[in-house]
Design a protein around this ligand. Structure first.
Ligand code: ARG
Length: 400
């Protein structure tokens, strides 16, 4: 296969640094390294120069934090997307964004191939490659870490021989992935699902046992289902999430331990930290209960499940997604208001909520004299509602 220029998703770690050399040699091609900043607090300037040092002909760093939250995270939040009942999809949501940026830069820099550093066992390879195929099927796709067949030791030796710097944190006992929305952590002792996660496995959140003895309240403002303010202060999406991560993390909010169904058919165990996201999900769902009717909410629950599956399974750019998005958007018309959440020792509990267009009606709900509910209508309603139950129960009794 003749390939001249390869756009490589570059993280600065060992695998993608080795990939710069390996791809360059194997295909006699030029490598354009692309690092996409989705809020993993790394030194991106160092990463940019490292790519050049290991042999890339061009090295790009793209700050995609704002886009990530605005166009990927908040739509998923609004949908209530969740996977395996717990996972708020931090890693999965970043992939389609990385794909979009990769394809854009690959096209702009005249690449005829794209490459990623995923292995053959995870979900990310699928997310990347389905995305590439959707956005530009003309680009050849290379997965060096899936192809080279080197053991860890061989890879380190390859790096040594080829003057690829070996990162100092190679002895990290876990495999992690981090972005502004959350932190994913697997491998090592976590591979026995019966092992309690050791203290050091969590980094963004304190152990709820060590959290402050005083609760803290945060107020989240939403407009049409999108978070727009924190404690009364208007904030842009990315800083809002970053700030909330810090506050909720202090109170041990947002940990979860998931026995997960990977797309490639295996069960794996991973722990996640999504402190800000956990607060936002709780607040958003609560505001929906105040402002969205029962039928729509019940139906939306099935959409949330499906939305989460699409994100997880690499179908962000697939056929169903725009239709689910259109449905979700239409449900959020009145999901505007403020929700107050109490953070205390690992819990985020909604304490109060208000909205300019609530479906809650005091006159309907109250037992006080302001009550406008028609009590006499209940009698006829119950007679008809209960009629099928009454008839079949009578038949059962008669045939005993
Ligand atoms: N299992 C999650 C997913 O597929 C997260 C994977 C994150 N990767 C890692 N090395 N921890 O979305």
């Amino acid at each position: 296969m003749s390939i001249k220029r390869i756009a490589l998703a570059y993280s600065g770690g060992l695998d993608t640094s080795v990939a710069v050399k390996w791809l360059g040699e194997k295909y006699s091609a030029e490598i354009v390294a692309i690092a996409i900043d989705v809020g993993e607090e790394k030194n991106y300037e160092a990463i940019r120069t490292k790519a050049l040092a290991v042999g890339a002909v061009e090295s790009h760093v793209i700050d995609a934090k704002d886009r990530f939250v605005r166009e990927f995270v908040f739509p998923a939040l609004r949908a209530g997307a969740i996977y395996n009942d717990k996972y708020l999809l931090a890693t999965a949501l970043a992939r389609p964004l990385i794909v979009e940026e990769m394809v854009r830069v690959a096209e702009a820099t005249g690449c005829d191939a794209v490459a990623h550093g995923c292995t053959g066992k995870g979900n990310d390879q699928v997310r990347f490659e389905v995305g590439f195929a959707a956005l530009n099927p003309g680009l050849k796709v290379l997965a060096p870490a899936r192809e080279w067949g080197m053991t860890r030791e061989e890879e380190i030796e390859y790096a040594r021989v080829n003057n690829v710097p070996i990162p100092v944190d190679l002895d990290n006992p876990y495999s992690t992935d981090t972005n502004l929305w959350g932190r994913s952590c697997e491998c090592g002792v976590l591979e026995d699902p019966n092992n309690s996660p050791p203290k050091g496995a969590y980094e963004w959140t304190v152990d709820p046992l060590d959290a402050p003895n005083e609760p803290e309240r945060v107020e989240i403002g939403f407009e049409c289902g999108i978070p727009v303010s924190l404690n009364g202060q208007a904030m842009d999406p990315a800083p809002l999430v970053a700030k909330l991560n810090e506050i909720a993390g202090r109170h041990g909010v947002g940990r979860c331990d998931v026995l997960e169904d990977r797309l490639v058919g295996i069960k794996s165990r991973e722990i996640y930290e999504c402190p800000g996201g956990t607060v936002l999900y709780a607040a958003h769902l609560d505001l929906e209960h105040l402002t969205v009717d029962k039928d729509t909410l019940e139906f939306k629950r099935s959409v949330a499940l499906r939305y989460g599956q699409l994100v997880y399974n690499g179908l962000w750019h697939g056929t169903l997604m725009p239709h689910l998005d259109a449905f979700v958007e239409s449900t959020q018309r009145n999901v505007t208001g403020e929700v107050r959440v109490r953070l205390y020792k690992g819990n985020a509990v909604v304490e109060g909520r208000k909205a300019p267009k609530p479906l809650y009606s005091y006159e309907m709900a109250t037992y006080d004299k302001a009550d406008l509910f028609d009590h006499t209508a209940a009698e006829g309603f119950i007679a008809i509602w209960g009629l099928p139950t009454k008839l079949s129960a009578a038949l059962e009794r008669a045939s005993k």
